[in-house]
Design a protein. Sequence first.
Lengths: 166, 117
Amino acid sequence: MEQLGFYILAFLAIISSIFMITRENPVHSALWMLLTFFSVAGIFVQLNAEFIAAIQVLVYAGAILVLYLFVVMLLNPKSKGFIRIPFRYVLGIVASFVIFVQVLLTLQSANVIGKAGVYTQEAYKQYGNVKLFGYELFSNYLVPFEVVSIMLLVAMIGAIVLAKKD
Amino acid sequence: MSGYLPIALMLVIAALIGLISISVGFLIRPRKPEKVKLSVYECGMPEFSDARQRYNVRFYVIAMLFVIFDVETVFLFPWAVSFDVLGLFGLIEMIVFIIILVFGYFYAWKKGALEWA
């Protein structure tokens, strides 16, 4: 059952990302990317990473996609055909194939299963990923968390300074 | 894991409703296209330019602020879930976090980034 769910989600993710990069209308691409985000969020849920799934839906599908749409509208890409240059296709296919082989070889040679941490699958199932994450973040990683707020403040001020005229 | 089954069911049903209503309409509607029918309808008046225009950069500022406050909300979510273990300490932490971001909010307000005129 879970495996079936994974196959459906993975299939959706791959198909929608293929559609995303082949659409000519950038807004259509963005909508296909939304489907990719949602299916990846489903895969995260299957990995017991509910918090990342929530971020995926809230931040990526909600906010980042809106930002992309605004950038598309801001840049107003009218040009058609710049993706049709065959040489770029060839270059892209070769590059992604090289990366694919590299990832495959790395996965085969390396021992990808690391040591078990403090928070095992059982702990996740008992308390839930979000609660454990929250506890760790707000007790042991307190300073990074507060630094994040300053980072967000800088980003906010930076965006306003760059976009405002005066 | 089984708690997500209703969500999956809901997603499937939602997708099916969309698919079925579109395909039924496609199958039973008469198809007599003509030039006026296919033209862009804009409140009855003839359209004067392409819908694809460059938008004002103000929209971008609003989107950026939205992203930032959205990320802030994301941090509120695990805090709210684990609040019963964190207690008062967690509350103070979150108040500090929000106060720092409120400075940014007031800056945006003062600079008029939220105004539209």
